[in-house]
Write a protein that binds this ligand. Structure first.
Ligand SMILES: Cc1cc2nc3c(=O)[nH]c(=O)nc-3n(C[C@H](O)[C@H](O)[C@H](O)COP(=O)(O)OP(=O)(O)OC[C@H]3O[C@@H](n4cnc5c(N)ncnc54)[C@H](O)[C@@H]3O)c2cc1C
Length: 388
């Protein structure tokens, strides 16, 4: 039995949890991170990260980056290719999650955060102004809690967050015998996956090839079986085009908890961050950068709450809703239209040279979906009219 009282317990050592732990520890707060898996752990993910996230940290991310890319290739049903380049200040980082996530854990530890891996949280209870957190290695106590346990962790439910529909994604991790050429672009294929897309983000020595649908029915569990079979067919066809044998890939199926409406991200003495808070972009499935930003903002709020400021956690919800959720409403609207008619979206949207420019600006946080949504939706709407 550990009788210390931590300022904060963070449940989950993904990018969102580690970001929160890093910033809390940096402020001199005592932090315990509880992680179910053994670290370092792999998280099924294609690992594209916008370098703009670096502005929230004071360390160099270089050791955590596998390679970088600017070149993008789009295809529609494996045909009609478009090559473009992101015009961002820095290329997009391609990361291996077992490396990137562990690097962040180590940064948090270097600031003084304690980390216990192989320690799943099995229950939580608020007693007065203390959270009792149960684990198989005994209970832990803290003044505040951060739920950072990802798409399928139990914390959101325990904290009364609404149960949102989960989507399923399939990911093939391919290791190649030879290094992948630096010229191999980030690739997006539309039209092979119904109501979604397929993407391939190259690593130095392999590919992370994903497939998911973003609209329509695709819950995890039994309903996902049909979807994953369809993804596999599409992935097999795509793999042939780049000379990869899908049978030699590691295949993962993982839930995606896309943003699906504004919800309170706090309750008494607790906040939700990252995918536990359902902040994944419903158009691009970008979850790492927003997860880390939510971790940074949550840490600031808990630091203020620990200093006696009432309303600090409510401010966290409000800030996430205005700085992220408000724009995700537009991302969801565009996604709903685009992925229902990807052929039209490809013709009237993706093919425009400005599409890649805007993608880069959105990933860099320089442009919001709200700024482009009306034009995009008008174009998609006009594309639906026969003859246009
Ligand atoms: C196929 C696929 C491809 C993707 N590609 C990209 C991409 O290229 N770029 C991008 O930005 N996003 C991508 N995403 C989304 C991204 O992977 C997630 O949004 C991101 O990992 C969320 O980070 P997180 O820290 O919130 O949670 P996670 O990284 O999921 O970490 C949560 C942690 O909590 C732990 N945990 C769970 N339950 C408990 C418990 N009871 N007790 C203790 N610990 C617990 C887990 O073991 C895990 O380590 C992709 C997702 C999928 C499925």
């Amino acid at each position: 039995m550990d009788d210390r009282i931590y300022d904060c317990i963070v449940v989950g050592a993904g990018p969102a949890g580690s970001s929160a732990a890093y910033h809390l520890a940096k402020q001199g707060r005592s932090v315990l991170v509880l992680e179910a898996a053994s670290l370092p752990r792999y998280k099924p993910c294609s690992g594209a990260v916008s370098p703009s996230v670096a502005q929230y940290f004071d360390f160099d991310f270089a050791p955590a980056i596998d390679n970088q890319r600017r070149q993008v290739r789009y295809t529609y049903q494996l045909d009609d290719p478009i090559d473009a380049a992101l015009e961002t200040a820095e290329p997009i980082w391609m990361v291996r999650r077992e490396v990137f996530d562990q690097f962040l854990v180590q940064q948090a530890q270097a600031q003084g955060a304690e980390v216990k891996d192989g320690t799943p949280v099995t229950g939580i209870a608020l007693a007065g102004d203390r959270w009792q957190v149960s684990t198989p290695s005994g209970p832990f106590t803290a003044s505040y809690l951060v739920a950072a346990d990802g798409a399928q962790g139990p914390m959101a439910g325990w904290l009364g967050f609404p149960s949102l529909p989960l989507r399923i994604a399939t990911l093939l991790e391919v290791t190649t015998a030879d290094p992948v050429a630096d010229t191999f672009p980030m690739s997006f294929e539309f039209g092979l996956v119904k109501q979604g897309c397929l993407w391939n983000f190259p690593k130095r020595q392999g590919y992370s090839i994903g497939a998911a649908s973003f609209v329509g029915k695709s819950a995890v569990g039994k309903a996902a079986d049909k979807a994953t079979a369809d993804y596999q067919t599409a992935l097999d066809r795509y793999c042939q085009t780049i000379g990869v044998n899908p049978a030699q890939a590691q295949t993962y199926h993982h839930a995606l908890k896309l943003w699906d409406g504004q919800h309170p991200l706090h309750r008494e003495r607790a906040v939700l961050v990252g995918e536990a808070a359902a902040i994944v972009d419903p158009l691009s499935a970008e979850g790492i950068r927003p997860g880390m930003i939510s971790g940074v903002k949550a840490a600031a709020a808990i630091h203020r709450a620990l200093s006696g400021e009432t309303g600090a956690l409510a401010d966290y919800t409000a800030e996430m809703q205005t700085s992220w959720g408000a724009d995700m409403q537009w991302a969801k609207r565009i996604s709903g239209l685009f992925f229902r008619v990807p052929g039209i979206g490809y013709r009237v949207g993706i093919k425009r040279p400005t599409a890649t420019q805007r993608l880069g600006q959105i990933l860099a946080g320089e442009v919001q979906y709200a700024d482009i949504a009306n034009r995009v939706m008008k174009r998609l709407g006009a594309g639906l009219i026969p003859g246009r």
